[in-house]
Design a protein around this ligand. Structure first.
Ligand code: VGL
Ligand code: ZN
Length: 197
């Protein structure tokens, strides 16, 4: 059984959003097209409380600085995808009728969660892995935002959980905090056994 996982296609990651990803809006058409090939589609949604510790403003830091949080390196982000705000909503142009379930991540204020499966410390699961396994899913296809953060970490965890994993590269865009981050993310995924299509 195969499933499509649409990662964080949310207003704050689109041009004009709080953590805008260049060309982020271009993944929507790909997501809508790809959905037609799948009988099972799920999505993830970055879903932070407003006091989330990954927000620069909550640590008196500048965006892009790296601090230590819960023993992990944590990039300081602009406040984004705050629960129940417009910025956290899935893009209006994204076809949502066929999305069976949405998994929230980043809800714990003290630890970030790039992967759709676990927080960055692998301490708590979102439920996505068990849910897919309960439905007999053994292959997952990923697309969405952002290539160098949430897509990458979701793909790496999917492989670790034993899913045959592929990423639709034209359906992803990256933050590219450092030039080359997207290329490096793609290489890391490929090296881990992710099929890039
Ligand atoms: C993401 C940075 C912070 C993502 C989420 O969806 O890739 N990146 N929160
Ligand atoms: Zn986030």
């Amino acid at each position: 059984m195969q499933a499509l996982i649409i990662i964080d296609v949310q207003n704050d990651f689109l041009p004009g959003g709080a953590l805008a990803v260049t060309g982020g809006d271009q993944v929507i058409a790909v997501a809508n097209e790809e959905q037609k090939r799948f009988s099972l589609v799920v999505a993830t949604q970055d879903w932070h409380p407003k006091d989330h510790k990954s927000f620069a403003v909550n640590n008196d830091r500048k965006v892009g600085e790296v601090i230590e949080l819960e023993g992990l390196a944590q990039v300081m982000w602009p406040a984004h995808c705050v629960q129940n705000t417009k910025g956290a909503e899935l893009a209006a142009a994204l076809d949502q009728k066929g999305i069976e379930k949405i998994f929230h991540k980043g809800t714990n204020p003290s630890i970030d969660s790039y992967s759709g499966f676990f927080d960055n410390g692998h301490r708590q699961a979102t439920g996505l892995g068990a849910w897919l396994q309960a439905r007999g899913v053994d292959r997952v296809t990923l697309l969405g935002l952002a290539t160098d953060y949430c897509v990458k970490f979701t793909a790496l965890d999917a492989v670790k959980l034993g899913f045959e994993t592929e990423v639709v590269v034209r359906g992803c865009r990256g933050v590219e905090l450092q030039q080359g981050d997207v290329e490096r993310a793609l290489s890391e995924m490929r090296a881990a056994g992710v099929r890039l299509i």
